[in-house]
Structures are given as C-alpha cells and as structure tokens.
Design a protein around this ligand. Sequence first.
Ligand code: RNT
Ligand code: ZN
Length: 420
Amino acid sequence: MNEKNILQGYEYAREAYAAIGVDVEAAMKRADAVPVSMHCWQGDDVIGFDGSDSLTGGIQTTGNYPGRARNAEELRADIDFARTMIPGATKLNLHASYAEKNGKKIDRDAYTIAEFQNWVDWAKANGIGLDFNPTYFAHPMMDGDLSLSSPKENVRRFWIEHGKRCREIGNEFAKQLGKPCAINYWMPDGMKDTCVGTRAFRERMIASLDEIFADKSISQKDVPCGLESKLFGIGVESFTVASHEFSLGYAIKNGLCYTLDAGHFHPTEVISAKMSAVMSFVDQTILHVSRPVRWDSDHVVALDDELQKIMDEIIFNDYQDRTFIGLDYFDASINRIACWAIGMRNARKALLNACLADYKTMQTAETEGDYTKRLAMLEERKSMPAGAVWDYYCLQNNIPVGMDWYKQVKQYEADVLSKR
Ligand code: RNT
Ligand code: ZN
C-alpha cells in the first residue's frame, strides 16, 4: 500500500475515533509500550540445541516445512529477521534446551549463565529483555513423562537442580539486561492411564517445588516465576500432577505467578474468562497465548474473538503491569518465520484495538445498568477503522504494512531457508 493511502486512511480513522472520544495517538503509545514475549521455540520445532532430536512430554509439533533453524546462530538470524516485521516492545522467551554448550560436557542440572551468554549478548545488542523456561522434557533423565514428581529420588534430584539453575540463570538475565525475567515452570508430569496414588505424586511435586523456590535471595520482582497448569497431554491423558487447581493453589500459597495457557483447559473454557478471577489472588500472571484447535494443538495465534478478549481484559482492567504476555505455539507445516510474524502481529493488533476502545464509557454504562448501550458500543466497535490505525502505526515504526511482509518472508525463504 502506498504511503499516501495509509496517511489518508489514518486521517479518517483519527477523526472517527475522536468523534467517540478516543485519542488515537495515546492509544498507539499505550499499546506500543506493552511487551509481548516471542517464543524462541517456534523457529526449530521445540527441539533445542542441547542434545535432543525429538520431543516428549505430551506435546507435538506437526509438519515438515523446510528451513528449520538447526543451531543457535540460525535461530538468532531468523528471530532478527522476524523482528523486522513486528512492531512494539518485544522480549524473547528462551527455553533451557537452547543452551549453547560449545562442546562442554555439562547437563541441565549444572547449566550456568555461561551456556546462555550468547543469548544475553544478542538481547543486549537488540535492547530487548529475556524470559526463561526450565525444560522438563526431551531428556534422558525424564522418567517417562515424570520429572519433579517421579518416585525415583535421582530423577527428582536432577530436575530439582535444573529448576534451581534456571532461577539463577534468570537472575543473571535480569541483572545483565536490567529487565525482569519471567520464568515459567511447566512440568508434563502425569499418567496415560488411571492413577491410583494421585496424592503421592502431588506431594512429591510440592516438595520438589519447595526446594526450587527456597532461595529467597532471588527476588520475585526481578525474576517472577510462574507455574503453568495443564489439563492433559498426548500420552498423558488421564492424570496431570500440575493441574489447574494444583498450580493455582501452589502459586497463591507461595507468592508465585500463575501461568494461563490458552490451550490447557477444556475446549469450551477460555482463559480470558479466568484472568480477573486469578488476578484477585495472585500478584502477577504469565500468559501463554496460543490457539487450541480441538485439543492443545498450538496453532499459530489468529486474530480471533478470544485473542481480542484476552487483550481487552488486560487493558480494560489495567493489568498491563501485572501480566507477562507471551506466545506459545509451534507450527512446522508452514513457513516458521511467517508463524512468528502472523502471531506476533496479531497479538499486537489485538492490543492496539483494546487500547482504541472507549472502554471507560462502556464501563460507565455497565455500572449504570445501561446494558443496551454497552452492547451497542461493543458491536459498533467491531467496524471501527482499527486497521487504518494499525497500518499507520506500522508505517511510523518502519514495519511492513499489509502483505508487504510476506514478500520479504518469501525472499528470505529463497535466500536463506531453502539452503539449509
Ligand atoms: C506445553 C506447555 C509449555 C510448552 C513450552 C514449550 O503444553 O504449553 O508451555 O508449550 O514450554
Ligand atoms: Zn504453554
């Protein structure tokens, strides 16, 4: 689209929003400042670089589109390129399995900042913060799909040490980058078939977590840690140790964050409906914005009603300083860099659209019991020219408008990805 048309569209949009009392410049500024954490694992099908060649833990990447990043250099180059198509405050969400061991014989229970220093240097050069995740899957020390709750003492010990190392590493990230490092603890622990000793698994999980979070010299302010719940995984269908009630309960009791993943509930449940309930009892939440299609399929985040509702909940309730927004999906059936561009742009579009809503007037109508006005405003909002504001916002930030980014992805595919 040419610049003249974008500017004309923006003029019209600015006036249309001004007519309903919305300051478009202020909305763009507010949306722009909210960080969205981009998940590194979309770029290589969640394989990582610390020795595994397949995925376990009940999660699955499907598809075999060419061009997967095979090492940290390739992944960083792909992320650099993806970021040229994504406006706004961005963080990178790293998994411990993306350690660079440089030939050193070292395992996950002993990782230090040294294995991640390249990532920190890269983040520093790009002026962005890092978030982090211990990797409790795809490793020979997993006891099937059990880690922190395994009946085997040596298995638990290994993974407890891993959990501790990750807090230490996250603390270093925060120190070196001057930005908090949110760490998400997700353990796939569970059973394919009926568990008859559920209490023991949960007690072992609690004891392990207690050890991991015992060191209070690492502050929840610099290194906010969260527990992610899950309903079930592939091959882990009947029992999940860190279920919703378990993870939320542990988080509340121990002053941790709770992590809501959009794909980790029954198909008719949505996390947008849970956010203010959870926020009533925890200081902060981590979000894994994903798109479950019939199951926890981790499809690329689309600009659908639920994504909009998630962002509305954050903005309308003023939760942006208490919510760590991250994306979590992995699609290997289409261009992986396009997956990042599409999902991240959608998250940012929904954020911008939330900031463009005249929600204060709607809230007043609601308080006054004028539900007719509330619905009328909600519906009129859907055909407001938010797209024209988005295009202008991208233009201003030197980010491709419309399908322009796709041409660049195809070029990168021809020049870089096809040669892998
Ligand atoms: C799995 C969880 C978890 C992972 C990532 C890779 O169901 O959602 O967050 O997707 O940690
Ligand atoms: Zn998740």
